[in-house]
Design a protein around this ligand. Structure first.
Ligand code: DAH
Length: 333
């Protein structure tokens, strides 16, 4: 076959091609290393005249390019055709999707509660603050009236660092810190309305009710004439929002060294009264420790354990589930 015949034959064939694999076969047959075009290239050196060898080379190169272009064009046509074919396939938009393995992530129940609680109290004018997890003995205990040999320390055993600091046992370590911070920042005087929702730690024997790591929420409110009436209102307001409008709440006298008087705050659930929070009016000595004159100001402090509260509300029976990151637990929220 001479070059013109090969070109002719290639064009006819390429037009009839119906698939990309046929396209590839044709490419190899004509343009491959041992293909028809190369066979002609191989004959060029046999031409006697220099001039003819040159012309033949140029001619064959043109043919090669033309065949390449014909292949590419057919390729484009085939792709368009197959897109059209696809459009004809009926598409059911109501068909269920393919589920992602493991499903979507979810927001941790404690984080959901955190958002709810912070929202609720920020609407009442409380500002979120934080205090260190690794704390000095003073802020965690001493300045809160829990002196070195105070028996209440037995309730709050914790882990100690070699430098004498400790893992804070409650969020109450923010109280004196916040009072002092305000004074030195010359934002100066009360009112102080702060809150924190964060981790605490204790030296505990682990069981379904006890975890060495847990969470507390705490508010501190200092101003002129803060009283037990404010404490009642806040407790009621919050517990009704959380458990529902019909929820009943009550105060019981309870001792905490940093408040006077101190109360336990209970809510009436389906299984009777459950203790939710500890609270009270800030002890005058604690106000003094924070640089605030108890003759001018009074304060209230209120704290609760979100873990316990969620356990009561959602029927969770092991506090450790909150901290283990087990997907079988987390997926339920
Ligand atoms: N810090 C206490 C605890 O961990 C809880 C508490 C009691 C917080 C009374 C308060 C309070 O703010 O007034 O058991």
């Amino acid at each position: 076959m001479n070059a013109a015949d090969i070109k002719e034959k290639a064009f006819v064939e390429i037009k009839k091609i119906e698939s990309t694999s046929q396209l590839e076969e044709a490419r190899i047959r004509y343009l491959g290393r041992d293909g028809l075009v190369n066979q002609l290239f191989a004959e060029i050196p046999e031409l006697p005249r220099e001039e003819d060898r040159k012309k033949a080379g140029i001619y064959l190169n043109e043919i090669k390019l033309e065949i390449e272009e014909a292949l590419a064009q057919r390729d484009r046509q085939l792709k368009k055709l197959s897109a059209k074919e696809l459009e004809k396939v009926p598409f059911d938009i109501t068909a269920p999707g393919i589920p992602m393995t493991g499903g979507l992530g979810s927001i941790h129940p404690l984080t959901q509660l955190r958002q709810f609680v912070l929202d609720t109290f920020s609407n009442l004018g409380f500002e979120e603050v934080s205090a260190p997890h690794i704390e000095t003995d003073d802020y965690n205990f001493g300045l809160l009236n829990v002196l070195a040999d105070h028996p209440a320390r037995d309730l709050w055993d914790t882990l100690y660092l070699e430098d004498g600091r400790l893992l804070r046992t409650h969020t109450s370590n923010m109280q004196v810190r916040e009072m002092k911070k305000r004074l030195s920042a010359q934002a100066g005087k009360p009112p102080i309305r702060v809150m924190t929702f964060d981790r605490c730690f204790r030296y505990e024997n682990l069981d379904p009710q006890h975890s060495h790591t847990f969470t507390q929420f705490e508010i501190l409110y200092v101003d002129h004439h803060v009283s037990m009436a404010n404490l009642r209102f806040l407790s009621d307001y919050f517990l009704k929002r959380f458990f529902g409008e019909k929820t009943k709440t009550r105060f019981r006298p309870k001792y905490y060294p940093f408040v006077e008087p101190g109360v336990g705050v209970d809510a009436l659930g389906p299984n009777g009264w459950i203790e939710i929070a500890g609270a009270g009016l800030v002890h005058p000595q604690v106000l003094r420790n924070g640089g605030i004159d108890p003759n001018q100001y009074s304060g209230l402090a209120w704290g609760f354990g979100p873990d316990r509260m969620l356990m009561a509300k959602l029927g969770i029976d092991d506090i450790r589930s909150f901290y283990e990151g087990d997907l079988r637990f987390l997926k339920q929220f």
